[in-house]
Design a protein around this ligand. Structure first.
Ligand code: UCC
Ligand code: FAD
Length: 558
């Protein structure tokens, strides 16, 4: 008897097979700038296809363990991780996934565009990183904070090292059991140690990558007023001077048993007089400085969402090219093509938002005030919009595999588990929506995003008249609702609508970004970006049924 065995999905080279990534790099860096990054990106893509996929699988199937005491009762708080996790750690350093924007030669070559190259690295590597992208994000956020404050230069050098023997990652300890969103309720205190230093006391409830060499922890200095603003970021060395024993007074109470991100050791930590170094003046409010770190990690979150969506699409496409249904290949079935086409449009939108966030971050870090003003709104929009898209898409990717998508050792269920954390950590969708309301009511508010929307709509009027009209109608309604919200952001009706408004704004910003790229690509004779932009606008802003267009345009879309 011949037994049928379905071939599994074979992954294409994630760099060469991603026309959107390549096109955006050409536009944002110029062709020479893109060429200068080519070798880095090809090298990483090659590793993703081989050793890093294996390391990813190893780390996912060998979760971390915590040993609190040795045989004699000595407290050791040892976290053991898999060989795969260690391989990811080394790869992250070697490929400069954190370091790139801080390297002098990268800054010389690409200027603010070094952040664009970094985003490309994350896009290729993140989905096969066993979520080592999490400590990478926190290390980058910590490095940005240290670079801004000028504190703890030795730690900055280690966070941005490319030698795996030297490089370290960081944790980000904000959440306490009584409040993760509402960190004003934090009770961790900072007190002088009597010899010029500081010690922290309190419990931190979710500490991802607890194997990291350091963390940035929020604490309230003795005597500081209540509220969130007065919290101060402190650098906490995780280990004692020998690099193995826990820092004095630090206990890892247990590791979380989580739905996803299973390779990441996430601990509950008790701080009982643990030595720490203030990163800002402890006599002054420190939360605003901490947000330097948080903006960076939120953009990494958007990159993880977009990267995961593109990789999910790649796996689903590969499967559709092999799987037979109703007498033909799944990839030729009109209904399945429309399903995958919709996912391709959403993946393109998520990529545009994440890429824009990193481009703005690079410019803001180089002193561009307009970019900084737009980033204030674009960062929460990118995080919350891509987080929701990633969860919806991951559910569809599983279904694209039928029953196989629900079976653990195909590796597919992980897509859904790991997507589900993206709208939770680094601020939930609702919390970020409230943050958007706050941003709308201060400084430049929605103006940078609305200007971008108007310019993109005007530019599309001749080339894509129907689409431009749909966008103009949506933008008009949105501008009126944004003005109402900005005028009275605490009004319960406005607060109740914050999520809907933020998502509409996120979708509109995405439309503008896709149209900007389409206009540039049209000059080079490329039609795919215009199709993606049009279908995004009709799907996400026009509420139109575009299934037939998705089927017809499928080969161009993917
Ligand atoms: O989850 C975490 C790590 C997970 C693992 C890492 C994953 C990385 C990605 C991986 C990819 C694979 S760490 C925990 C994250 N937790 C949060 O994000 C907290 C969520 N809560 C908020 O975001 C809240 O909005 C707060 C706590 C930041 C602020 O809320 P409050 O207490 O109501 O306070 P206010 O009044 O809104 O803001 C206080 C100050 C103000 O500044 P000043 O004092 O100058 O007026 C605000 O302008 O903070 C400033 N501020 C901001 N500044 C608040 N939000 C922002 C902002 N987004 N940007 C700049
Ligand atoms: P709550 O704040 O209690 O939220 C409960 C619900 O209330 C949510 O639906 C939320 O949207 C809603 N809500 C809260 N405030 C508002 C509001 N103002 N308006 C409307 N709705 C609101 N934290 C760290 O500090 N460091 C880490 O390394 C870390 N790692 C994590 C790893 C994982 C796997 C997970 C799941 C979480 C991690 N967290 C970490 C914690 C994470 O940041 C918080 O869980 C998150 O910020 C939400 O806080 P909470 O759990 O206290 O929920």
């Amino acid at each position: 008897m011949t037994r049928f065995v379905q071939p599994g999905p074979a992954l294409r080279d994630p760099y060469t097979a991603d026309p959107q990534l390549r096109g955006w790099l050409d536009r944002l860096l110029g062709e020479d700038g893109h060429a200068a990054a080519g070798q880095r990106l090809s090298d990483l893509a090659a590793e993703v296809l081989g050793p890093l996929r294996e390391a990813h699988h190893d780390a996912e199937t060998h979760p971390p363990t915590l040993t609190r005491f040795d045989a004699w009762g000595q407290r050791i708080e040892r976290v053991d991780t898999s060989a795969g996790w260690q391989a990811q750690r080394a790869a992250a350093a070697r490929h400069a996934v954190v370091a790139l924007p801080y390297l002098p030669d990268a800054r010389d070559t690409w200027g603010p565009g070094a952040r664009v190259v970094q985003h490309a690295l994350l896009h290729l590597w993140g989905p096969e990183s066993a979520t080592f992208s999490c400590p990478v994000a926190m290390a980058d956020g910590a490095a940005a904070l240290l670079a801004r404050t000028g504190a703890q230069g030795e730690w900055l050098a280690r966070l941005t090292a490319t030698d795996p023997a030297v490089a370290v990652t960081s944790g980000q300890w904000m959440t306490e059991s009584q409040g993760g969103s509402d960190i004003a309720r934090s009770t961790t205190t900072a007190a002088p140690d009597g010899s010029g230093g500081w010690v922290l006391t309190g419990d931190k409830w979710f500490c991802s990558a607890i194997d990291s060499a350091m963390a940035v922890a929020l604490a309230r200095p003795e005597g500081a007023a209540a509220g969130s603003r007065t919290l101060v970021p402190f650098l906490v060395p995780r280990y004692a001077a020998d690099g193995r024993a826990p820092a004095p007074g630090l206990q890892v109470l247990r590791l979380k048993d989580k739905l996803g991100t299973r390779a990441v050791p996430t601990g509950e930590v008790r701080l009982d007089g643990v030595p720490a170094f203030p990163l800002t003046d402890p006599a002054e409010p420190g939360l605003a400085a901490m947000m330097t770190l948080v903006v960076v990690t939120r953009l990494h979150n958007a990159a993880a969402a977009a990267g995961g969506m593109r990789r999910g699409l790649e796996y689903a496409l590969a499967y559709a090219a092999e799987r037979t249904v109703a007498g033909g290949l799944l990839a030729d079935n009109p209904l399945h093509r429309a399903t995958l086409g919709g996912l391709a449009v959403d993946a393109a939108g998520a990529f545009a938002l994440a890429a824009h966030g990193f481009a703005l971050l690079g410019r803001a870090e180089h002193g561009d005030r307009d970019a900084a003003a737009e980033l204030r709104l674009a960062a929460p929009l990118a995080k919350l919009t891509t987080g929701r898209l990633a969860v919806a898409s991951a559910s569809e990717y599983l279904e694209c595999f039928g029953g196989a998508g629900y079976v653990e050792d195909t590796g597919i269920p992980r897509l859904l588990r790991d997507a589900q954390v993206l709208p939770i950590w680094e601020g939930t969708t609702n919390v970020l929506s409230v943050d958007v309301l706050r941003a709308l009511a201060t400084g430049d508010g929605a103006r940078p995003v609305l200007n971008r929307l108007t310019a993109a709509t005007d530019a599309a009027t001749h080339r894509l008249p129907g689409v431009a009209e749909a966008l103009a109608t949506a933008a008009g309604r949105l501008a009126a609702d944004l003005a109402t919200a900005a005028a009275d952001p605490r009004n319960p009706r406005v607060v109740a609508g914050a999520r809907e408004l933020a998502l509409r704004l996120g979708h509109a910003l995405t439309a503008a970004l896709l149209l900007e790229h389409a206009a540039w690509a049209a000059e080079r004779g490329e039609e795919r970006p215009a199709l993606l932009a049009s279908l995004w606008i009709l799907r996400r802003l026009g509420n139109a049924d575009i299934s037939a267009d998705l089927h017809a345009g499928f080969d161009q879309l993917v």
